[in-house]
Write a protein that binds this ligand. Sequence first.
Ligand SMILES: Nc1ncnc2c1ncn2[C@@H]1O[C@H](COP(=O)(O)OP(=O)(O)OP(=O)(O)O)[C@@H](O)[C@H]1O
Ligand SMILES: [Mg+2]
Length: 149
Amino acid sequence: MTRYCKNDRVLEASVKLLESSTFELNEENDQATAVFMTREMAKNAGFSLADEVMVATAVSELATNILRYASSGSVRVTVIQRGDERTGIEILAEDKGRGIRDLKLAMQDNYSTAESLGLGLPSVERIMDEFEIESDFGQGTRIRARRWL
Ligand SMILES: Nc1ncnc2c1ncn2[C@@H]1O[C@H](COP(=O)(O)OP(=O)(O)OP(=O)(O)O)[C@@H](O)[C@H]1O
Ligand SMILES: [Mg+2]
């Protein structure tokens, strides 16, 4: 298993999970649902319109990758809390697809094995405050990311 973390920082474990929704991804419609519901959850958690769109964009990119490279998987979106006040949104994107051989390469701007823009993963890393990607080549990919209010 290989791992890449934004700023070399593993996600902090002491975070409280509040309400959470899991979206199974098997076809394009599922992605639209996940994106729409993420916006609702971010709005209800107190995110500004701009932040709501940012988090939904991250879900959109991760869901697109799952459908494109792994065919199916899931995205779980959770409202999280750190300490007594800091609220955030956590995204967990998982699939059992072919995985990623070289994470450092995959995280670079414009790297794509699909002749696409190669901007999805690096954008998600920029949008989210915390970001971690793990992959077993041949066995799947798991991404966890958080954005704080
Ligand atoms: N869930 C996944 N399973 C397997 N490979 C993946 C997965 N997500 C990303 N990759 C690999 O990482 C590369 C980079 O992903 P990224 O989302 O940054 O770019 P892209 O999907 O190629 O292009 P864009 O997102 O800009 O349309 C992909 O081309 C693909 O090879
Ligand atoms: Mg992509």
